[in-house]
Design a binder for this molecule. Structure first.
Ligand SMILES: *Cc1c(COP(=O)(O)O)cnc(C)c1O
Length: 473
């Protein structure tokens, strides 16, 4: 299998194929899951044909869409080991050394954040890390209340976050049983960073309306624009009003290792909880993320005990006490392998490389006569539109989805789209340290040429009756 995968990885000439979804659907539908087993050898062939041949390749330099990264090879080796052993890091008796290794990696991460007494746990992703942070924040806000008083207080809880924060904050509010209007959206400045004055205003408004602010959720690296909220200002406000400060650094956490940009995260050490996704800027295979807490006692706000598993009197280090999951992957081994085998300095340089590259691409877009840069980025996204002089906003809007779809269907270039200030935009997310400026500039030319063709096609005047008669002759 390793040989086949290596062959496919090396041979990938595009980030995806052009096989249409109907054909893919048919191939999957045609498989009879109850048929006679193929045996080990033939199933590998089937996986090769069915999956690898049609995979989306994040390591390909023309994959420029979402927050997916090429992976560190040492982590891939570790992935094989942890899957084969099938360790579950829930209780100590099931994992032993694995629990201690996970704790070591958590300590390493809290050390980088600046939580000297901190603790944490690996999770399945930023979505779960955010959810757990907000769960603990809810429990902190409801601590000491029970029964009807607890329900009444819960109905008044609010989370303050910027309009550019990740949708998992909204989703968490729903799952946590908060009121429909529990997420208070705070205005961002024009660049896309939460505005501290607006935060304080919203906070006062919520308090005056009888709400109980349970958390301020800041974003260190927004998913669309890669902007880092002003963490020290937010920390100051959270401290003054004594509100749980969560920092969602799912994307920006990678700067913890940057040799030149670590200062962009200053203030993160004043958060009470932090989300870091290792499967973004730490080049780890999916999944690998963590929730880190400044004060380890905060985990007790959400611990359950089961007699068969982790009874209250257990003196063993049971990671399940800190997790929303029970059976849980030993993802920490992958980060261990990367840090020991490749090293934190190399990761930090790779992160800097993609951020530098994004800034260079911003310049290319700004100089291009037909492209417009919509936003800068503290990290590695490029948000732009095709809109030459004289093309209206509405016409340019209408092209965003078709441009993306055109390349998506060909499989030749994968870009994303999003909406900034109510206008659709194209988005590149650069997380491949092997990507090169010249190649990206060429892809931008292709995008511009395709857009121009599409625009010409859609705005060509409709032929007169006589002209159309002539055409059909
Ligand atoms: C990616 C991202 C998330 C979600 O993380 P997953 O690992 O995809 O669950 C949360 N917040 C931000 C800012 C992100 O960029």
């Amino acid at each position: 299998m390793a040989g086949r995968v290596a062959g496919r990885l090396g041979a990938a000439s595009a980030p995806a194929t052009s096989t249409p979804i109907d054909e893919l659907r048919r191939r999957v539908e045609d498989i009879d899951m109850d048929a006679e087993p193929l045996g080990g050898q033939r199933v590998l062939e089937e996986i090769d044909r069915l999956f690898l041949q049609e995979a989306v390749w994040f390591h390909h330099p023309d994959y420029l869409a979402h927050l997916n990264c090429p992976v560190d090879v040492n982590a891939v080796a570790a992935e094989t080991a942890l899957a084969a052993v099938n360790t579950s890091v829930d209780t100590y008796d099931q994992s032993r050394i694995a629990t201690l290794i996970e704790r070591k990696l958590i300590d390493w991460t809290t050390g980088k954040i600046g939580f000297p007494q901190g603790d944490g746990v690996f999770t399945s992703g930023g979505t779960q890390s955010n959810m757990q942070a907000l769960f603990l924040a809810r429990e902190a806000a409801l601590h000491g209340f029970s029964g009807r008083q607890r329900s009444e207080r819960q109905s008044r809880l609010v989370i303050l976050t910027s309009e550019e924060s990740h949708f998992s904050v909204d989703k968490s509010a729903l799952l946590l049983g908060l009121a429909d209007d529990a997420v208070v959206t705070v205005r961002s400045d024009v660049e896309g960073r939460l505005d501290p004055a607006a935060l304080e205003e919203s906070l006062k408004g919520a308090l005056n309306a009888g709400k109980v602010p349970m958390a301020i959720s800041a974003t260190a690296g927004t998913t669309d624009r890669g902007m880092i909220d002003p963490l020290p200002d937010i920390a100051r406000i959270a401290e003054r009003y004594d509100i749980w400060f969560h920092a969602d650094a799912a994307y920006g956490g990678a700067l913890l290792l940057s040799p030149t940009r670590r200062d962009l995260l200053s203030g993160i050490e004043r958060a009470r909880s932090v989300t870091v996704d290792f499967h973004k800027g730490f080049f780890q295979p999916v999944s690998s993320s963590a929730l880190l807490l400044r004060d380890p006692r905060d985990f007790r706000l959400g611990t359950w005990h089961a007699d068969y598993l982790n009874p209250e009197e257990s003196d063993e280090p049971n990671q399940v006490d800190k997790s929303l999951q029970t059976t849980r992957r030993f993802d920490a081994l992958k980060l261990f392998a990367t840090l020991r085998g490749t090293g934190a300095d190399a990761l930090g340089r790779a992160v800097d490389r993609v951020v530098d590259l994004a800034h260079e691409v911003h310049e290319v877009v700004e100089k291009h006569p037909d492209l417009r840069l919509v936003s800068g980025s503290d990290l590695s996204t490029v948000v732009f539109r095709w809109q030459p002089e004289g093309v209206t906003d509405v016409d340019a809007d209408a092209l965003v989805a078709p441009i993306r779809r055109h390349f998506q269907e060909a499989g030749s270039l994968l870009v994303a789209k999003t909406v900034i200030a109510n206008r659709p935009c194209l988005k590149l997310t650069l997380l491949n340290p092997g990507a090169e400026l010249d190649r990206i500039a060429e892809r931008l030319e292709e995008i511009a040429a395709t857009a121009a063709r599409m625009h010409e096609h859609t705005t060509r005047p409709t032929p007169t009756y006589e002209e159309s008669l002539n055409e059909t002759k």
